[in-house]
Design a protein around this ligand. Structure first.
Ligand code: PEP
Length: 255
């Protein structure tokens, strides 16, 4: 088995932070800091910031993503944005199924599956988030929860389409809390996801499949997390709001 079959992906998730002007400023600050990255670099920003982000990132190695998309192509869904709209706007990536969407906005495994389907149909690259809450970890059902979330989200996804999906394993108890999964805990669940990908799509696809860890990853703990065999990058919340911290994580993934 060869970890070098997989190019790491470091993606920032800004959540509901930054104005268009702040977006432009921080992307300009990030560009020289990540210019020599030996990994893919993505910034996922609020919808209102996407044009500013793409304009600022033009000609650099920073790719831009949205934080969600609807499952319909168009229609009576006030306040929503479709995958087709993102594609038409030139946005290549989208996060789907983030735990904050599941927790606060009624996202279910089925709506995550439908949004994933729509994003793939539109030709977007998907960062699909899965992860257990603390109670589930404490009663020992992390593997079942993560396997079910992954299986439902990927139902109907072909082996070819899998090339446009990254999974971010994000234990909910570690997101925005400062509590990080230990490198071993992160690797254990990423390995469970990889084994499921092998079951569904074959070992070859699994060996090439990118699985990120997310949950309070920062410039101090990134090295140890990213050194794990099954951890191929990170989805970064808080630390992606500060250019130097984000760049240090990108540097750790480039080693
Ligand atoms: C996230 O929002 O996906 C995340 C991992 O947040 P944080 O890094 O702040 O825990």
């Amino acid at each position: 088995m060869d970890k070098s079959l997989r190019r790491p992906v470091i993606a920032g998730n800004w959540k509901m932070n930054k104005t268009p002007a702040e977006t432009k400023a921080i992307i300009e600050e990030m560009k020289p800091l990540v210019a020599n990255a030996d990994c893919d670099v993505v910034i996922c920003a609020p919808y209102i910031d996407l044009y500013a982000a793409m304009e600022a990132a033009e000609g650099s190695n920073i790719k831009i993503g949205a934080e969600n998309c609807h499952w319909a192509v168009s229609g009576a869904f006030t306040g929503e944005i479709s995958a087709e709209m993102l594609k038409a706007a030139g946005v290549p990536y989208v996060i789907i199924g983030h735990s904050e969407r599941r927790q606060y906005f009624g996202e279910t495994d089925e709506t995550v599956r439908d949004r994933t389907r729509a994003a793939l149909n539109a030709g977007l690259k998907v960062i699909l988030c899965v992860g257990e809450v603390l109670e589930e970890r404490n009663i020992g059902i992390t593997a079942e929860v993560v396997r079910k979330q992954t299986k439902v989200a990927l139902s109907g996804v072909s082996k070819d389409e899998l090339a446009n999906i990254i999974i971010a394993y994000e234990p909910v108890w570690a997101i925005g809390t400062g509590l990080t999964a230990s490198p071993e805990q992160a690797n254990e669940v990423c390995a469970i996801i990889r084994a499921l990908i092998a079951e569904l799509y074959g070992k070859d696809a699994a060996d090439r499949f990118v699985i990120q860890y997310g949950g309070s990853m920062n410039d101090a703990n990134a090295d140890a997390l990213l050194a794990q065999y099954d951890v191929d990058g990170g989805l970064i919340g808080g630390a992606s709001l500060v250019a130097e911290k984000f760049a240090k994580i990108v540097e750790a993934a480039s080693k």
